[in-house]
Write a protein that binds this ligand. Structure first.
Ligand code: PEP
Length: 249
């Protein structure tokens, strides 16, 4: 079954998410996909309460790259776990660009998430300039190798790699299916070279970037991907339910 991950980004108040979840749960066809809602930290406890026993998983969108107390304004892995987060998005391009996150801090965040038994949705992808310079494979390799440094092979079971070309996020532009396939091939080759062929086959890779109701059917036909990461198109519950229905299982 494919994973469909919703990334709410910095959208919706706690009360709006409460309303969203009640609407979504009553309409979604859960047999179509494994659903994960990645929500702002302020809504995690509410979601934990409302989604308990529903089979829909909760994810956070970020965590602190340190564990101790002296980090005013940050949220720790332990806090997220306690609020119900089973997943956390790490390395999203918005955080890499706007908050200057680098592969070193991303590596620390991945380790902290795993230590707290939170699965990681690890985002990688090339910028438009890098794509135009035909550097996609090189960029993906560096992002993967730097961020997965020091991990044991069995820890990859708790990591989902999200291939998100930066130029496709929120732009309405999507790569050709062939380009997504090539990127996924590169990702699996890096994992095979650095870990094992078995790890490369097993690791889950999802695609994200301007997935919507019109293109989800075609993108989800790509055999080598294990699901979709959806930003803007997840924000309306009815729309998202339809997208889940239209995604190839
Ligand atoms: C995202 O931000 O992870 C994302 C996939 O956004 P969008 O679907 O809006 O491009």
């Amino acid at each position: 079954m494919k994973k469909i991950i919703g990334n709410f980004k910095m959208n919706k108040t706690n009360s709006e998410i409460k309303e969203y979840i009640m609407n979504f749960v009553s309409k979604v066809d859960k047999s179509r996909a494994e659903i994960i809602l990645c929500l702002p930290s302020t809504a995690l406890s509410t979601a934990k309460y409302l989604l308990d026993g529903s089979g829909i998983a909760i994810g956070a969108e970020n965590l602190c790259d340190e564990e101790g107390g002296k980090n005013t304004g940050e949220v720790s892995g332990e806090m997220l776990k306690d609020c119900g987060a089973e997943y956390v998005i790490i390395g999203h391009s918005e955080r890499r660009v706007k908050y200057r996150e680098n592969n070193r801090s991303i590596n620390k965040k991945i380790k902290i998430a795993l230590k707290n038994r939170i699965k990681v949705i690890f985002c990688i992808g090339e910028s438009l300039a890098e794509k135009n310079l035909m550097k996609t494979a090189e960029v993906l390799k560096t992002q993967l190798e730097d961020a997965l440094k020091g991990l044991y092979e069995n820890e990859l079971e708790n990591i989902v790699i999200a291939y998100e070309p930066v130029w496709a996020i929120g732009t309405g532009k999507i790569p050709m299916n062939k380009d997504i396939e090539d990127a996924v091939k590169t990702i699996r080759k890096v994992i095979a070279d650095d870990f094992s062929n078995k790890a490369a086959e097993k690791i889950e890779v999802v695609y994200g970037g301007s997935v919507d109701n019109k293109n989800c059917g075609s993108i989800s036909k790509i055999k080598s991907i294990n699901g979709l990461l959806v930003g803007g198109a997840c924000l309306d519950p009815i729309n998202f339910c339809q997208l889940i229905r239209d995604t190839k299982a």
